[in-house]
Structures are given as C-alpha cells and as structure tokens.
Design a protein around this ligand. Structure first.
Ligand code: ADP
Length: 596
C-alpha cells in the first residue's frame, strides 16, 4: 500500500516538474521498477513455543495469500491468532496488525515470520507496513440463540460437561470469553490422581479409593464435604479410563507422581507433562459430537424465569449483547478467581500483590458473581492456595521445578534448607515468603535429573529460565551458588550434610519427606522460585448431582456447576493432582445431569 503510494507520489512530482517547464522537451518519466518480486516466499518468526514458519504469496507487489506451514504454539490458544492475524495481513497488505489478546506471542511470531518472508521478495520493512495499526475484525453474533444446554467456560470442566451432555443427545454451546480454550487445565501439568490406575499397577503401588479419600480430606483440614470427596474418589479411575481409552488422551508411560500430602504416588501425567492433550482431545470429541464452542463471548448474566435459570446474557467480541436460551439448563464452569486481585483480597487479605498468579487471565470469579442473582451459597471462599515453585518474573508455575518431587531440595540465600520440600503447598509457600528476598532456590544434580529428565521434558521452559537469569546449570555447586548469589560455603555444607542423611548416616534438623536422592554428581541446577496464587478452593456450593445450592439449602432449578468455580471439594487446601480429577469427574456429572 505504501509502495503504491510512493510510486504515485513520484509520478505526481515528475508531472508537476513537467508542468513547470513548459516549452522544453520532456523525456518519458523513468519510474524505478518495483524491487518486490512476485512469487511464494517462506519466513520464520519466534512464537511462544518456538519457530513459526509461514508461506507468503506476492502477486503484483501485493500480498495475496499467507498461510502457516508449521508452529509449535499450542492449538486452542494459537488458533484464533493464526486465523485473525493472517486474515488481517492479507486483507490490508500490512504487517502492522494488532496482536490477539491472550495470544500476543503467537501474533508477534506470525508477523515476524511474514516480514521475514516478504524481505526475501526484496521488500523493505516499510513496503508492507501501514502507518496505522490494523485492528482485528471482531466477530459478530446472532442476537438471539437457543440450545438445550449452555455451558459457561471452556476449561476442563466445561469441555467434559459438553461432551457428556452432547453424547446424551442435547444441543450444546460452550461460551468462552478468551480467544482460546483450555483454561487452567491447558496450563496445568496434566496430572490427575487415580487410585488403582494402570500406572500404579505397573510399578506395584498399593492404593485404594478409601486411602485417596482420606488423604484428600486430611489435606484439606477435614473441611471438605465428605460426600463430594467420595464422589471424586469413587469416579477417578473411571474418569481416567474415559480420557485414555474413549478420548485417546496420551499419558507418560514411565511417570507416576507423588504430590505433597498423598500417602502414595498416584498421579498419572498426560503426555508432555502439560494439559494440552487433555484439552485437545476433549475439544475434538466435543466438536465431533456437535458441540458449538464460541470463543470471545463473555457471559455476563443469568436469565431467570419463575426461579429457574433459562439462559445467559453474554457479550460478543464486538460488544453486542447476545442472548443464549437454555432449554434444559446452564452449567457454570468459569474456573476460580486467582486472577482477580480485588476478589482475592476481599475473601483473604493475605493474598495481596506480593503474589502473582499461575492462572490464565480468564479466572476472574465471574461465575461466583453471576450466581449472586440466584442467592447461591458460597463455601470456603477464604481458602486460596499458593503454589510454591513459580517463575519470579511471570508468576507462572515452573514445571522444570517438578524436580522437587524427584528429590530436589529448597535452600535460601544463606544456603540452608528451611522446609520439608514435600509438605503441603501452603506450608512450603509461607516458608519461602519468610526467606530473604521472599524467594528460594531449588537445587538438584544428575541423580535427580536422570530420574525425571525435567530439563528435557520442559526444554522450552528450561531455556527461558536460563535466559531470564533464573536458573543456572553449572559443573560445580560453587559455581551455581556464585552465579545466583547463594552463600557458597553454607550451601556446600548443607548439601554434604544432606547427602549423609540420604546415606542414612545423620538426621536433619529440617524434616525431608518423599523421594531421597543425593546431590553429588554434576552438572548441578539451581533455580530461583517464588510462590504464586494457584487455586481458589472456595466457590459455589453444589450437591452430588452438581446442582448449585442456594442460601436456603435448595437446588437452583436449571443451574449446575463444576470445576474450580465450585467449593467444598478440597476443604482448605487442594492436594496436587486433584484439580484435573475434580474437573473431569464433576464436569461429566454436570453434563449428564443437566439433560436428565
Ligand atoms: P476449570 O478448571 O474449572 O475447568 P478453568 O479455569 O480451566 O476452570 O476454565 C474456566 C474457563 O472459563 C476459562 O477458560 C475462562 O476464560 C472461562 N470463563 C471465565 N469467566 C467466563 C465468562 N464470564 N464467560 C465465558 N467464559 C468465562
């Protein structure tokens, strides 16, 4: 566009000059040939998870087509960015395009890749850059729509509910306010506790539904609703088999994880130690069975008729109000409120701005606010969990730091252990906040690294942490300590004592539970970590059928809830690996019951 303009300007200038020199002989104007070649060119940009490769076709000096050849960015998160950004580039012949909120790194990577491709056609940066940023086209929606079931939130709970409701014959729409699906399940480690799983059988771990029930109750200070915890424990294996065998979710063959507070290792871990496969397979099955998933639609209000919930008033991406009638009912699956600082502090002032959050930005407690209109009973709102080992720059959970479960130890800047690394998340988190600079350092060596290969399984995160100066890999303990400013002598002494403890030669002042492995073989890894808000245990009270209960103790007609928006399942503290079990078990229950 700019190129055409400059050619026009040159032409006008020559004609003006020609006009000024009347009577003289004017030669044919010489317009420089366009330096931009026509053809198809590929380019590379850096997306969220690695390189994005695009192919751009130029004809007549204009971008006529662009498509993504490869990208490692997460499906479900990057889809909308790819579709909208590429469409805007082609429609406007410009790489000066707005990023998709929530998928900005993918957007930037795409634009960088297009710029790289057009540079190979001989274009300069200015050739395909409009002065104004191109705003992305916002989707429009029909103002009035009807389905049997309206589900709010496309995280694990919402999608599991959608599959069940749809398979029972209902027409289902899932409303998701973000431009991507998956919620916190997508950004999770993909672990779920399952007593009696194939993975436990393979390594001979003796477990039972009753033991899992007891651990979960105890882990939440016995404040959970026992009948809901029984449902969780009774249905965990069935849910896992459904995921694996019916939906085809992949699980890591050699990994069975013991999170803090569990008596035995009982968490199976989805492929890649993240939630992507879970969400992709749930969404794929939902779409196969006819579920309509609508992104960038924010539910704002429940519609009530004669005390029954009959639909949802939502806001489309372009700001228009859209009514979704729900013939059979509405399922609230909006997640927790970890990303809503005001709400966090309203219910528990301790969770102030010292804490970032591991959550994706959509978890702002909308479901709890929307359910006020039906006088929903709230339970356990003050119980907000922090995750101890997160990235001090972004607040997001560190999966590389899962080496803690394989035997990594936490030390402070003074080089000393201060907490049982396998204690409950709240205990470890508070312990870390009490240390100098309110952070801690996780240390491990080869004995631990070769157990879980965390730096390989999470290679992208590992590289990012190194770039951010938050993780050091060093041949010696001394070097690692020096780089991150940890007291070298004290750390060396602590590690020597720790190794003696692993060998059964001494006792430690600070208890250490879980896997015991020495830290003697290099390279050594030292990683700075902070706690971050991770899970809100409180929320809407539900009954065994996943119906929302009001303040008079009655089930609200037409309103169901599942997942982190509910309260009462985890008491004061959710154990690791229990969130995914919860969202799948109760999502399915809500989806089955709403159509009854
Ligand atoms: P759960 O683990 O319970 O499934 P998640 O946090 O994974 O919860 O998912 C909740 C989803 O709900 C997120 O994707 C979030 O963006 C979405 N969500 C939250 N509030 C709304 C709303 N008002 N309208 C539509 N979607 C919402």
């Amino acid at each position: 566009m700019k190129r055409t303009l400059s050619v026009l300007l040159v032409l006008m200038l020559i004609m003006t000059l020609a006009g000024c020199s009347q009577g003289t002989t004017v030669e044919e104007p010489q317009i420089a040939e366009s330096a931009i070649q026509d053809g198809t060119f590929t380019g590379i940009g850096e997306g969220k998870n690695g390189d994005i490769e695009v192919e751009v076709t130029i004809a007549g000096g204009v971008i006529t087509q662009a498509k993504v050849l490869s990208s490692d960015d997460t499906e479900g998160i990057s889809d909308v960015a790819i579709e909208q950004v590429i469409a805007a580039v082609v429609a406007n012949n410009s790489t000066n395009v707005e990023a998709v909120s929530g998928a900005s790194l993918t957007s930037f990577g795409l634009l960088e890749a297009v710029r790289d491709a057009v540079s190979k056609a001989g274009a300069t940066e200015a050739d395909f850059t409009t002065d104004m940023v191109i705003a992305l086209a916002k989707r429009t929606e029909e103002a009035d729509q009807s389905f049997d079931v309206v589900i709010i939130g496309a995280g694990g709970a919402g999608l599991a509910a959608a599959v069940e409701a749809s398979e029972a014959g209902a027409s289902v729409v899932v409303l998701e306010k973000m431009p991507f699906i998956g919620g916190n399940t997508m950004v999770s480690g993909g672990g779920l506790n399952v007593p009696g799983s194939w993975a436990q059988e393979a390594v001979g771990v003796d477990d039972s539904i009753e033991l899992y029930f007891e651990d979960t109750m105890k882990g939440g200070d016995n404040l959970a609703n026992p009948s809901l915890v029984h449902i969780l424990a009774d249905n965990a294996l069935n849910a896992a088999l459904w995921l694996k065998e019916d939906l085809g979710v992949g699980f890591m063959e050699d990994r069975l994880q013991q999170f803090g507070g569990h008596s035995v290792a009982r968490a199976i871990i989805a492929t890649g130690n993240h939630g992507t496969d879970l969400i992709e397979k749930l969404a794929a099955r939902a779409e196969e069975t006819g579920v309509v998933i609508k992104m960038e639609i924010k539910a704002n209000e429940l519609m009530i008729e004669d005390g029954r919930v009959v639909g949802v008033v939502a806001e489309a991406a372009n700001g228009d109000a859209v009514v979704f009638h729900a013939e059979k009912g509405v399922i609230m699956a909006t997640g927790g409120f970890g990303s809503n600082m005001e709400m966090r502090m309203q219910y528990n002032p301790e969770l102030d701005d010292r804490y970032m959050t591991t959550d994706q930005p959509g978890t702002t407690g909308d479901g709890i606010i929307m359910a006020e209109v039906v006088n929903a009973e709230l339970i356990g709102m003050e119980y907000i969990q922090t995750y101890p080992t997160c990235n001090p720059v972004t607040g997001i959970i560190s999966y590389v730091a899962n080496t803690r479960f394989d035997g990594g130890i936490l030390v402070n800047m003074e080089g000393e252990r201060f907490v049982n690394e396998m204690d409950r998340r709240d205990v470890v988190s508070r312990g870390i906040l009490e240390q100098t600079s309110a952070s801690a350092f996780l240390l491990w060596g080869q004995e631990i690294e070769t157990k879980g290969h965390m730096t390989e399984v999470h290679d992208l995160e590992f590289a990012t942490l190194k770039d951010q100066g938050l993780l050091v890999e060093a041949a010696t303990l001394e070097e690692a300590a020096q780089v991150l400013g940890v007291n070298v002598e004290a750390l060396t002494a602590s590690v020597a004592e720790y190794n003696q403890f692993v060998a059964g030669e001494v006792e430690l002042d600070v208890v250490k539970k879980g896997a015991l492995r020495t830290i003697a073989e290099g390279p050594f890894y030292l990683q700075r970590v902070v706690p971050s808000v991770h899970h809100t245990m409180g929320g809407l009270m539900i009954n065994e059928e996943a119906q929302v209960i009001n303040q008079d103790g009655e089930a609200v007609e037409g309103l169901y809830a599942a997942g982190e928006v509910t309260g009462g399942i985890h008491g004061s503290n959710r154990l690791g690996g229990n969130a995914v079990t919860d969202v799948i078990v109760f999502g399915r229950i809500a989806g089955r019951n709403v159509v009854k």
